[in-house]
Design a protein around this ligand. Structure first.
Ligand SMILES: Cc1cc2nc3c(=O)[nH]c(=O)nc-3n(C[C@H](O)[C@H](O)[C@H](O)COP(=O)(O)OP(=O)(O)OC[C@H]3O[C@@H](n4cnc5c(N)ncnc54)[C@H](O)[C@@H]3O)c2cc1C
Length: 387
């Protein structure tokens, strides 16, 4: 038997991979649901992901799963708000109706705009360590960088671009160029839920407290396993397995606000081109799918990175919208201290770890700060365990 610990998407993919290869698998999850950081709450008719997240259909690991996620797509592009004017920068191929707006966007001349395309097709330059330096070295600089790429990618990486490894940043930006992300009709948790349905033996509410050799002890039982895959977040994994180095995490907060005033009609991710406050990005969820909010309600998902309070968020929102709806109400706030593992420049990404003959470690912190990174890590750890 193989015991997989942690039913986040890394653990789910590890369990599925072993099970499909004919192994008996037991998946142990400490909490009362699968998905780890990919969760959805349903509160008074609102569908709220536990931290705003999107799924990119271009992720190779998502494609391999062949699930029916019914992705509700955003528009391929970004709406940039500044004190002077708002403009849209969209992919001309996927979003030709916004071609004119994109060409007119005040983010430099055509040469500067085309630098992004050449950045996406060229290979990373040797000797460049941070994502910001990599972009700048290829001409993605000036207003294109400051007004679009930096604000957009800060929201993806949940951190600053000069603190991120060049390869990690480039990989994620390329995924956005390839696929238009969306939210499953039933929320991000549809991804782990559909994976979990295929698992034969899954115990929820059972927390692993120690691993000694091939013996896994939980708060309820002891199991002896041929192989063990630890797929829990890096900080907790380091408590169970001393060979694991706990990663640093970026924190984030998602604020869900509702109003009866239909003040926004955009399906684009909205960013502040002048970074005038704590909001990193804003998305109008009822425009992505009307099922995400009760009838006639507008639902905004706002992400912030640094600790701030509701008044500071509202003050920034007022700048972005020009005014605040009089009935704007905070529905829910998710503060997630361990949102994304930090991959600092020149990070080593082993994808998974094998610490003993029978012990394998998986999770996004070993592979990449994304669903694709977590899924890949889980699959590769499992393939190594059963090889
Ligand atoms: C706010 C936010 C926004 C994000 N946005 C995106 C996005 O738009 N696109 C994208 O690709 N990625 C995004 N991500 C990243 C993505 O969600 C994660 O990379 C991925 O879910 C990590 O999965 P994991 O399985 O490695 O870890 P986790 O999800 O952390 O799963 C670990 C699991 O182990 C369980 N566990 C812990 N300890 C024990 C124990 N002792 N015994 C048993 N079980 C245990 C936990 O309960 C949990 O279920 C976002 C993340 C956050 C937080």
């Amino acid at each position: 038997m193989i015991v997989v610990i942690g039913a986040g998407i890394a653990g789910l993919n590890a369990a599925l991979t072993c099970q499909r290869a004919g192994w008996e698998v037991l998946l142990l999850e400490a909490s009362d649901r699968v998905g780890g950081r990919v969760k959805t709450d349903f509160i008074s008719g609102y569908q709220l992901d536990h931290g705003f997240q999107v799924i990119n259909p271009a992720y190779p690991e998502v494609k391999r799963l062949n699930l029916k996620l019914q992705l509700q797509s955003m528009e391929a592009g970004v709406k940039v708000v500044t004190a002077e004017k708002n403009f849209i920068v969209a992919d001309p191929f996927r979003n030709p109706k916004n071609l004119l707006s994109t060409l007119r966007a005040p983010i430099g001349d055509l040469k500067s705009k085309s630098s992004l395309i050449s950045y996406l097709v060229k290979k990373q330059r040797v000797g460049i360590d941070s994502f910001a330096a990599d972009l700048n070295s290829q001409g993605v600089s000036g207003p294109l960088y400051e007004k679009i790429i930096r604000p957009f990618m800060r929201g993806v990486l949940l951190g600053e671009l000069d603190q991120v490894d060049a390869q990690v940043g480039r990989e994620l930006l390329k995924f956005f160029a390839k696929g238009t992300p969306g939210i499953p009709l039933n929320g991000a948790q549809a991804l782990p839920d559909q994976m979990a349905k295929q698992i034969d033996k899954l115990n929820l509410n059972e927390s692993v407290i120690s691993i000694h050799g091939k013996v896994v002890t939980t708060d309820q039982k002891t199991y002896t396993a041929e192989k063990i895959i630890v797929a829990i977040d890096g900080a907790n994994a380091a408590n169970l397995v001393p060979e694991v180095t706990p990663p640093k995490f970026n924190l984030s907060t998602t604020w869900y606000f509702a109003t009866k005033e239909r003040i926004l009609k955009d399906k684009f991710l909205i960013v502040d081109g002048q970074s005038r406050g704590p909001i990193v990005n804003l998305i109008v969820l009822d425009q992505i799918s009307e099922t995400f909010a009760p009838a006639n309600m507008q639902l905004l998902a706002i992400t912030t990175l640094n600790p701030c309070n509701e008044n500071e968020v509202k003050a920034h929102l007022r700048l972005l919208l020009g005014k605040l709806p009089h009935d704007l109400e905070l529905i829910k706030e998710y503060h997630i201290p361990r949102s994304l593992p930090v991959f600092t420049p020149n990070s080593i990404r082993p994808n998974f770890q094998q610490t003993r003959d029978e012990l394998f470690i998986a999770g996004d912190y070993l592979s990449g700060p994304s669903q694709n990174g977590a899924l890949l890590s889980g699959r590769l750890a499992a393939e190594a365990a059963i090889s």
